[in-house]
Ligand binder design. Structure first.
Ligand SMILES: [Mg+2]
Length: 388
């Protein structure tokens, strides 16, 4: 598995770089033709083309591209996302059919393999609500996840701070990967699924170095954005989120400018986008896809063919995990979305209530399988007893 603190070239980096923060100290970034820094690398090298794009952002010329990107990832009405033609819709449904409709095919594909579940939190287990501090999951969803974890190793992978997401989910038997996987902790009580002997409590060394900077940027963003009504800044320990769920769309340019004015002083941080959130993260090669690989390794499934990971998420940042599954040709990704989107996921679910239905069906299916297996075992024992 790739170590977290390696220098990666632009061509090899699978990291999402929807927007990268301004480059002031260009020594930290090298063009593709330059050698990476001699010191242990924690930074992503970027191509000349990307460097120029970043410099354009730095000059302020491209502030509108930030806002366009905010609109694309956070549609508020039909005007923001032109409706797809019926041809596009049917093509998307064809390529990303409902995981509920395809349930039988999915479980057939997993036969003889260990299903491992990875679940995003916001927009997947809980609805997207105006106040991110109140993104609670329903009791029914919690019960579904609790039962799921009895039958399958289960991890929550979120952009939120690990403690925060745990305070929402409150299930000690799960794995939690917070801050986009930069902060991972295993179950706090005995866990039957764990095969490997590794203690799972992981934070990339490179990310730890960023903690004081993240705190500093959090304070600066808090101060800078306080004049924008509805903006909410959240310190997620290894990253900072600027939520704009409650910001009037007319104020998005203003908010983007405020964020940009803070980030221009922090070239070691990069900006990515999620659903109605701007996320500021260290420029280390670590994302939800890496977290998925790390957790599979921790569970003892690193090089095994008989593992079937299922990742369910609704966000751009979840695409890193969908891509990993596609590349590994193992398991599949399920995108939670009401509208067709370009994705590396194989299947789709419309909303958290459908996620709950899918999880419940998985549990029912597994119980049936286990019941059938134990009946067959008993019958064989009876036959052996008679013939013996
Ligand atoms: Mg999400």
């Amino acid at each position: 598995m790739t170590k977290p603190n390696v220098v990666v070239s632009d061509t090899k980096s699978g990291i999402s770089m929807a927007i990268t923060v301004a480059v002031r100290n260009s020594a930290l970034f090298t063009t593709a033709s330059q050698k990476p820094p001699a010191v242990p690398g924690t930074y992503i090298t970027i191509s000349k083309k990307k460097l120029l794009q970043n410099l354009e952002i730095n000059t302020g010329a491209k502030i509108n591209s930030w806002v366009d990107s905010m609109r694309a990832s956070s549609p508020t009405h039909l005007k923001s996302t032109p409706p797809l033609s019926s041809d596009d819709q049917s093509s998307s449904t064809l390529h990303h059919p409902s995981a509920l409709d395809m349930f039988e095919q999915i479980t057939n594909a997993s036969k003889g393999k260990q299903i491992v579940m990875f679940l995003d939190y916001d927009g997947t287990l809980s609805p997207i609500v105006e106040d991110p501090d109140r993104a609670f999951m329903s009791d029914a969803m919690r019960a579904a996840v609790r039962k799921l974890a009895r039958y399958f190793p289960t991890a929550i992978v979120s952009g939120r701070c690990r403690d925060k997401v745990y305070s929402f989910v409150r299930l000690a038997e799960l794995y939690y990967a917070g801050s986009h996987g930069m902060d991972i902790k295993g179950p706090s009580k005995g866990y039957k699924h764990k095969k490997g002997a590794q203690a799972v409590l992981f934070q990339p060394d490179a990310a730890n170095e960023f903690l004081p900077m993240i705190d500093e940027v959090y304070e600066a963003l808090l101060e800078k954005t306080k004049s924008t009504e509805g903006a909410k800044v959240e310190n997620n320990k290894f990253c900072v989120s600027v939520h704009f769920r409650c910001v009037d769309e007319k104020k998005w340019v203003e908010l983007a400018q405020q964020v940009k004015s803070v980030l221009k002083d922090y070239p070691k941080l990069r900006l990515t986008q999620g659903r109605k959130v701007l996320e500021i993260r260290p420029t280390i090669k670590w994302d939800k896809g890496k977290a998925l690989e790390f957790l599979l390794e921790s569970l003892g499934y690193a090089n095994r063919k008989d593992v079937f990971p299922v990742y369910i998420g609704d966000d751009r940042t979840d695409e890193d995990a969908f891509k990993v599954l596609k590349e590994r040709r193992q398991g599949f990704g399920i995108l939670v979305s009401k509208t067709p989107k370009e994705t590396s996921a194989s299947y789709s679910l419309k909303e958290p209530s459908e996620v709950k239905d899918f999880l419940q069906r998985l549990v029912q299916w597994k119980r049936l399988c286990l019941g059938r297996q134990s009946r067959v075992r008993r019958q064989l024992e009876d036959i052996n007893a008679i013939s013996g």
